[in-house]
Design a protein around this ligand. Structure first.
Ligand SMILES: NCc1[nH]cc(CCC(=O)O)c1CC(=O)O
Ligand SMILES: [Mg+2]
Length: 330
């Protein structure tokens, strides 16, 4: 008797239709935010070596690319700029230049596609001659928190003026969400949202992104501002502060080694939760797929689904375009 199971979960797996009926999590193209790399010049389309299938686009080429994505149903984008070395300085001044590569292109994208949502990145690293997200004290090498807030506030304001829909502070300075919210509100940008990089870990998985932008720290690492990968409770503390400071959405980054944090944050907040499936996570799957070691497409879809199952409402992912093609095919 004991040898005949009374409970048979396999009955709910016996056909494709039944499996779909009981499926708990679904991926949709509208879940994706597509990060895009911008570069100077005309007619530039340069593949990032460590990210096969991902390119740096000059301003003229990005418009066509966004057109293709919109056609596929991708409606949200997160642009990042590759800034020329000679435009970088200790105070990241280029970050607030309305005629610079980034803000000019943001305005241009919004002109061509008023309906797309642009999330702009607030952090000093792409514009900083030190390659850090905040100001580096010349003597001590310390990353100065409160002095950096001024620069981040001006950067956010310049992005709002260029037409950003969502400001994404990725810098991990303390208090920046409240600071940026205040600057935006005092300048009549009450409707511009803030998606905080709430729990951003000091991760080895950012390597290919830093290759793409040439934004790696010139000295030291980011461990005095990005979080220790060992910590879980600290993510909840950052969450509580970002809620108090007025974040509209919160983000966990990276995603795959931090699915537990995504779930934990999902359970602790009523705010929308986003996860950033970062460059190194993309590169790993691409490399294995190119070697024939995993099925790239199935691995991609499984990873994205897992991030949603963990509790993310939206996903920043370099896979957005490929996954949208798979989802369209059905
Ligand atoms: N402000 C820094 C920033 N903004 C986005 C990413 C990484 C994204 C990725 O790896 O895909 C980083 C990484 C870093 O700290 O150097
Ligand atoms: Mg914080």
């Amino acid at each position: 008797m004991a040898l005949i199971p009374t409970h048979r979960p396999r009955r709910n797996r016996k056909s494709e239709v039944i499996r779909e009926l009981v499926q708990e999590t679904n991926l949709a193209t509208h879940d994706f935010i597509y990060p895009l790399f911008l570069t100077e010049g005309q007619n530039q389309l340069v593949e990032v070596k460590s990210m096969p299938g991902i390119f740096r686009y000059s301003a003229d080429r990005i418009i066509d690319e966004i057109g293709v994505c919109v056609e596929l149903g991708i409606k949200a984008f997160a642009p990042f700029p590759q800034i020329k070395e000679e435009l970088k300085d200790h105070l990241a001044r280029e970050s607030a230049n309305p005629d610079g590569l980034y803000l000019r292109t943001v305005a241009d994208i919004k002109r061509h596609f008023p309906e797309v949502v642009l999330m702009t990145d607030v952090a000093m690293d792409p514009y900083s001659s030190d390659g850090h997200d905040g100001i580096v004290d010349a003597e001590s090498g310390e990353i100065l928190n409160d002095a950096s807030l001024e620069i981040l506030g001006q950067m956010a304001l310049a992005q709002a003026r260029a037409g950003a829909d969502i400001i994404g502070p990725s810098d991990m300075m303390d208090g920046r969400v409240a600071f940026i919210r205040d600057v935006l509100d005092r300048n009549a940008f009450q409707q511009v949202s803030i998606m905080s990089y709430t729990a951003k870990y000091a991760s080895a998985f950012y390597g290919p992104f830093r290759d793409a932008l040439g934004s790696a720290p010139k000295k030291g690492d980011k461990k005095t501002y990005q979080m220790n990968p060992a910590n879980r409770r600290e993510a909840l503390r950052e969450l509580a502060l970002d809620e108090q400071e007025g974040a509209d959405m919160v983000m966990i980054k990276p995603a795959l080694s931090y699915l537990d944090i995504i779930r934990e944050v999902r359970n602790a907040t009523t705010l929308p939760v986003t996860a950033y499936n970062v460059s190194g996570e993309y590169a790993m799957i691409k490399a294995a797929a190119q070697n024939g070691w995993v099925d790239g497409e199935r691995t991609m879809m499984e990873v994205l689904l897992s991030i949603k199952r963990a509790g993310a409402d939206a996903i920043l992912t370099y896979f957005a375009k490929e996954a949208a093609q798979v989802l369209r095919r059905g």
